[in-house]
Design a protein around this ligand. Structure first.
Ligand SMILES: Nc1ncnc2c1ncn2[C@@H]1O[C@H](COP(=O)(O)OP(=O)(O)OP(=O)(O)O)[C@@H](O)[C@H]1O
Length: 236
């Protein structure tokens, strides 16, 4: 469903020193699965996430989404895919300062219909923010704002959720809860979580280990092996 073929990303192309953030990456991500991208700082995790989500153009290679090569699509079409199909949660929350928390969550759907309002309220409550909905972002802590960004990414039921180090500003309990909410409300969306903390990848189907811009290993978790053996039993 989402794949990257022979993907390389080089920063500072015009300078003498080039940084290979990604080196010849080949990867296929399937629908509905939960993927972790794990690696140390500077290993290329965010670059891989941004390349997959079309926010960064590869220097070499291709990214395809639903069999369409993203490099062949115009900016307008790409923006439309990002709006309708993708949900983003970044390291920074990027909330709009003059909107309330509830209004911020509703931004991607551009609607105040009862359905979306109720979904937004439910998500915020699940994330422990039921008493913060009418406040402005400056009245919340960094960790609370990050949880609002998680609700915002889930509001329009995206097909793929891209999450970049989203638990960095959260304490362990809030991080665990945020991951639970993401899994509960993703509604079949493919979930891609970049982190250097393996403890938040409980329940992941596959963990992609990245090191110096290269995939070192793709670990099938117990969850995935269980799924395969169950499928095998049904098929036999
Ligand atoms: N805009 C940029 N210009 C130049 N080099 C960059 C840029 N962004 C990232 N890099 C370099 O590319 C490499 C990969 O960076 P990237 O941010 O993808 O890694 P990461 O694993 O996500 O790191 P972190 O966990 O610290 O966010 C690093 O060497 C980084 O310094």
């Amino acid at each position: 469903m989402l794949s990257i073929k022979n993907g390389s990303l080089i920063y500072d192309l015009k300078k003498d020193t080039k940084t290979y953030a990604l080196k010849n990456i080949n990867l296929t991500l399937e629908e509905q699965k939960f993927y972790g991208i794990l690696g140390p700082s500077g290993s290329g995790k965010s670059s891989l996430l941004y390349a997959l989500s079309s926010l960064k153009k590869l220097t070499k290679g291709d990214v395809s989404y639903k069999k369409e090569q993203l490099s062949k699509l115009g900016d307008e079409k790409l923006a439309s895919i990002r709006k309708t199909d993708f949900g983003f949660i970044f390291q920074k929350h990027f909330l709009i300062s003059y909107l309330t928390i509830l209004e911020n969550v509703l931004v991607p759907v551009n609607s105040t219909s009862k359905y979306y309002k109720n979904r937004a309220k439910e998500l915020l409550s699940e994330l422990g923010l039921e008493h913060q909905m009418n406040k402005k972002p400056y009245q919340l802590s960094g960790g609370q704002c990050q949880r609002v960004a998680i609700a915002r990414a889930l509001i329009n039921e995206p097909n793929v959720i891209f999450a970049d180090e989203i638990t960095a500003s959260l304490d362990h309990k809030s991080a665990e809860n945020a991951m639970k909410v993401l899994q509960k409300y993703r509604n079949g969306a493919t979930l891609i979580v970049v982190t250097h903390d393996p403890s938040i990848l409980k329940g992941a189907d596959e963990i992609i280990h990245i090191w110096d811009g290269e995939i070192k290993d793709i670990e099938m978790t117990l969850q995935a092996s269980k799924h395969f053996s169950e499928r095998g039993q049904h098929q036999s």
